[in-house]
Write a protein that binds this ligand. Structure first.
Ligand code: GDP
Ligand code: MN
Length: 398
């Protein structure tokens, strides 16, 4: 789960990381009012979306007076920002942060990530701040400083100082940097984060170290015990297909092809996609209904897969152990009776209560194509999809 910059700054600030004074607004008037509370003569207006690269997309504006602040905020609200991280669909600004302007002498990159190869939290830093980490590793890989943290020991003072020295900081800045590193590491581990990124972490003209930007991601599987973090979720910033699935306890992965897949278990999902490809098709997505899925849950899954405009055939492939084939069949029939579809539906059931399940399908009188094995199911799905396309093409041609 991702959160906004202002939320990440709030959290990190609580762990002793200095951040600029700022305030959040949901309207240009509020933003201007917040700026007046902050005072000073320079402010930065920042659109809040779950993405970096806002600066280049017009989402960060330095302002000199209240009119500029109002106009900048007014311009940002409701605007779709397309950055190198959002994809072409972009993300819409509904919240705007205004902060005191900071006099920047140096920009540093600082990130804490989960490094899968060492199975440790790794600190990544670079003196080439302001650039995205991808650019830094492509253009200035030698500037990257890496420190792997031993979980039983935590970030040591020695490691933190070594990072600060490697960044070429002055003696007066070393202790500040150590505090920033300690705060980030503590926030990371205590809150079940998967990523903390401060880019840029700046050194000001008067030698203070401040987090000018902040980004945090959290482990979805830990959110049940981090209610205060879970509440920071902003669904307006997420892929609506995946959010809808997650809210219904289903796990959904969107892909680029045309055959929608409803399966149980990640392994079966992989096998199903392989078989579809082998048969000459491409999966549009896969939706995992998990174990013990009720008919209602299956019907929901079915509706969700169908709502994807790219889906031109649906394959339901269930190998039931904890699941029940009769419940799956009931769910599919329920979804189809409520909302008939004009695309082929292929169902393969195997395992617990399979006879009952097949009976429900055949007694429904619905044009469901049935298959006995995974291979047959994939073949029939791809064939049905191709036949349907030729048919559709003929109608268009006529
Ligand atoms: P991002 O583009 O989404 O990563 O947004 P950032 O918060 O990193 O801001 C982008 C850039 O705007 C920074 O790298 C800074 O160069 C600039 N910027 C942000 N805040 C200030 C500020 O207070 N003063 C000045 N001079 N520049 C700022
Ligand atoms: Mn940034």
């Amino acid at each position: 789960m991702d959160i906004h910059e202002y939320q990440a700054k709030d959290i990190l600030s609580g762990f002793g990381v200095p951040v600029p004074r700022g305030g959040l607004g949901y309207s240009p008037e509020q933003v201007a009012y917040r700026a007046r509370e902050i005072g000073g003569d320079t402010w930065v207006v920042k659109g809040q979306i779950h993405s970096g690269g806002r600066g280049k997309a017009g989402g960060v504006k330095v302002c000199k007076d209240e009119h500029e602040i109002f106009d900048a905020a007014n311009d940002m609200f409701g605007k779709k920002l397309v950055t190198n991280q959002t994809g072409p669909e972009g993300k819409i600004v509904y919240r705007v942060l205004v902060e005191e302007g900071v006099d920047i002498a140096r920009e540093i990159y600082l990130g804490l990530v989960l490094d899968r190869s060492t199975e440790r939290v790794m600190v990544v830093a670079s003196a080439a701040g302001g650039m995205e980490i991808e650019e830094i590793s492509a253009e200035q890989p030698d500037s990257l400083i890496r420190q792997v943290i031993e979980p039983a020991v935590g970030l040591t003072a020695f490691q933190a100082r070594e990072i600060a020295f490697a960044l070429g900081l002055d003696p007066a800045q070393i202790q500040q940097m150590v505090n920033v590193l300690n705060g980030c590491y503590k926030a990371f581990t205590e809150l079940d984060a998967t990523m903390v990124e401060i880019n840029p972490l700046v050194v000001t003209g008067d030698s203070r170290i401040i987090a000018l930007d902040a980004k945090m991601s959290f482990d979805d599987n830990a959110m049940f015990r981090r209610q205060d973090i879970a509440e920071l979720r902003d669904k307006s910033q997420e892929d609506s297909r995946e959010t809808q699935a997650a809210d219904r306890g289903l796990s959904y992965v969107g892909l680029e092809g045309n055959i929608g897949c409803i399966v149980n278990g990640a392994g079966l999902a992989m096998a199903t996609m392989d078989m579809i490809k082998l048969a000459g098709g491409e999966p549009a997505n896969f939706l995992d209904i998990g174990g013990g899925a009720s008919p209602e849950r299956v019907a929901k899954a079915f509706r969700l897969v169908r709502s994807d405009a790219n889906v031109e055939a649906i394959l339901v492939n269930i190998f039931a152990g904890i699941n029940r084939c009769d419940w799956v069949a009931e769910g599919v029939v329920k979804a189809l009776e409520e909302n008939p579809v004009d695309i082929p539906v292929i169902v393969r059931l195997s395992g617990t209560k399979v006879e009952e399940g097949r009976k429900i399908l055949s007694q429904s009188g619905l044009p469901i194509i049935r298959a006995a094995t995974l291979e047959e199911a994939a073949d029939r799905a791809v064939n049905a999809w191709q036949r349907d396309l030729t048919h559709a093409a003929k109608i268009v041609a006529e």
